[in-house]
Design a protein around this ligand. Structure first.
Ligand code: SAM
Length: 243
C-alpha cells in the first residue's frame, strides 16, 4: 500500500472538453497511466474528450468490453462475461498501481453515476489510495444545452433507465413531476409509447450528443420515429413555467 500508485476516477463531463473540471485536467496531466473503457476497436468517448491532454509519455490502458448489446443483460452469459471482464480490468489497473504508477480512469459524465468506473472502484478502493473527481453529468449538460429548467421548489425528479419495462416506465412517468430518461438508443420507440400513455409526450425534449460538436436538441414529438444513437437522453421538465 505504502509505495503503490493512486487510483483516480476522473469524470470527463458530457462531451465538450471545456466542461472538464480544473481538477480533472490536473489529474489527467499528472497521472502516468490513463485507463478508459471502450467498445472493441473504438477509442472510447471519455478518451476523445481528453485527447488534447494526452502525450507520448502517458501509458494508455484500454479496457475493451467483451460484450455490449449483443447479449441481453438479463442473460446469464452476459453476467458472467461482464463480471470476468471487470475482474480482469481491475487486475490490469492493480498491476500498474502495484508498480507505483498513478492511474486515471476516465469516465464520461460523473464516475459514480451509471459509470463503468464504479466496477473498478468497488474492487480496488479498499486496497489502494483512491480519489474520485466528480464530473458534470450528461443530464446536467443536456438540460443546460436545451435551456430547460428541470425542477424547482418541491418537484420530484426521477432518473429512469430506458431499458426498464414499458409498463413500469409509464407508471413512473405518471408519478413524477420531472424525469430524465437515460440509455435511450434502441429503447426510444418504447419510451415514446410510455410518454404518450402517461400524457407526457408533448413536454418531452430529446437531446442527442449533448454538448458535443454535432449535438441535436428537439421536442421528441418533432423527431422522426425510430431508434436513437447511444449518446441520447430524454428530458421531461417538472416546472410548468419551463414548458
Ligand atoms: C452509462 S450512462 C453514463 C452516464 C454518465 N456517467 C453521467 O454522469 O451522465 C450512458 C448514458 O448517458 C447518456 N449520455 C451520456 N452522454 C450523453 C450526451 N453527451 N448526450 C446525451 N446523452 C448522454 C445516454 O443516455 C447514455 O446511454
Amino acid at each position: 500500500m505504502k509505495n503503490s500508485g493512486r487510483l483516480i476516477g476522473v469524470g470527463t463531463g458530457p462531451g465538450d472538453p471545456e466542461l472538464l473540471t480544473v481538477k480533472a485536467v490536473k489529474a489527467i496531466e499528472t497521472a502516468q497511466v490513463i485507463a478508459y473503457f471502450a467498445k472493441q476497436g473504438r477509442g472510447g468517448n471519455g478518451k476523445a474528450i481528453v485527447e488534447h491532454l494526452l502525450n507520448a509519455e502517458k501509458t494508455l490502458l484500454p479496457l475493451y468490453y467483451p460484450v455490449t448489446t449483443e447479449i441481453e443483460k438479463t442473460d446469464e452469459a452476459y453476467r458472467s462475461q461482464i463480471t470476468a471482464f471487470y475482474d480482469q480490468s481491475a487486475a490490469a489497473v492493480a498491476a500498474q498501481l502495484e508498480n507505483g504508477r498513478s492511474v486515471a480512469v476516465l469516465s464520461e459524465g460523473d464516475p459514480l453515476f451509471y459509470g463503468s468506473y464504479m466496477h473498478l472502484h468497488v474492487r480496488l478502493a479498499n486496497r489502494y489510495p483512491t480519489e474520485v473527481i466528480p464530473g458534470i453529468s450528461a443530464m446536467s449538460g443536456c438540460w443546460s444545452l436545451a435551456g430547460i429548467p428541470i425542477v424547482q421548489g418541491d418537484d420530484v425528479l426521477s432518473v429512469l433507465p430506458g431499458t426498464m419495462a414499458e409498463a413500469e416506465l409509464q407508471r413512473r412517468l405518471s408519478d413524477t413531476q420531472a424525469a430524465v430518461i437515460m440509455k435511450v438508443g434502441r429503447n426510444l420507440p418504447k419510451i415514446r409509447r410510455a410518454l404518450e400513455a402517461s400524457g407526457r409526450l408533448a413536454e418531452a425534449v430529446y437531446v442527442e450528443r449533448g454538448t458535443m460538436a454535432n449535438a441535436v436538441t428537439t421536442k421528441l414529438s418533432d423527431r422522426p420515429e425510430g431508434e436513437a444513437p447511444y449518446f441520447s437522453l430524454v428530458l421531461v421538465p417538472g416546472w410548468e413555467a419551463a414548458r
